[in-house]
Design a protein around this ligand. Sequence first.
Ligand code: ZN
Length: 416
Amino acid sequence: MGVDFEKLKADFRAVYGTAPDFLRDRGIYDTPLYKFLEAMPKGGDLHVHADAALPMDQHVEFLKDHPELLITPEWQIRYAGPGAPYGSRTMAECLADGLTVEDFRREWTVLGCPEGEYLWDWFEGIFTRCGAVCCTPPLVKDYYLRVMRCYHSCGVEYVELKSPFFGTREDALARGRALMEALEEFRREDPLFVLRVVACGGKNDVWDPLFDTLMDNALYVREQVKDGDEDFVVGIDIVNDEDRSYSLSRYEERVRKIIASNPGLGLSLHAGESLRGENREIEIALRCGIDRLGHGFNLYRYPELREEVLRRGICMEICPVSNRALGYCSDFSQHPANAYRKAGIPIVICSDDPAYQSFSILTGDYLAVVVGWDLSLEELKAMCRASLEHSFLSANSPRRAALLDWFNKNDYFCRI
Ligand SMILES: [Zn+2]
């Protein structure tokens, strides 16, 4: 192939430095470095949130293909039927009336956050506006077929989807089954692909009262939906903006109980996604017995916790594009996870909410750390492999072995 990786990095940095903006600097996506990283086998994405994965152009395409979904004058997606607000239109009608992907990108990504508004308010508002995008099992199935195609096209063969199971047990089961059906259908195109679910509760005011229901639903789906002999729901997590939500301490006892009574269930908790000094969420997450840490951005504030994370070999899920989009870090050379990595803490590069934070899925996250941390090809390859090694697939899973085999035998890095 004869690619000079160092030159690709230098050329990129000469134009964008180490602080590319993945929503405003559109030229990024045409650079040789981006193309190189897009084609690179990456392994897995261990941290992506449900129904927030498809890049906006494909999100719009999905809605265009589903006239049962309407867009209200307030840019809210809702299922067609009685009570749809006056002025609601299908996506096809919106586009025929002159709206473009750019209009939806403004309304449904962090790009559109009005000056002075708290970014997380706008961001969570997007989830509210787009929340109905997968409100029936057929919609779930089609959406995730597209998501898996999208991942496959950029060298990702394993995805852990962080998804809540809202509603009754039957609603939860229907969603779980639709996800599994999407996987089975996608395997006709790509037999290697593995999709798994990390079931989520939440800690803000809206999600908190549902916590026990969400966990009960998660365990029910785990029991009922299998991928052959293997578990489909492989872990649990608790999400939402932590600076304004309840502390993890509120859920600690319940989480420990769930983990103790469900052997093999992985635990990853969002913690440390904060710039605040008084935030002690990582400490509580460690007490809960996490296997992986979601973000852990502010670990640098707590040397003793950093030692513990290192000693216990806890893997950190790092989401650089999201960290920039939500204002935690603008220059990737300053991203604290570089120091965690250098200290020997395992890290994996993940995408978080690509639909609402970027133009693409996962490639930008790798680009951010390649230029920000000046990674060598060897370091990059090891990081990609880590995304399979730290998955919640069980140690003796044949699918885990097949994924690692695929990655290890891939000669993409050798051809360079
Ligand atoms: Zn997240």
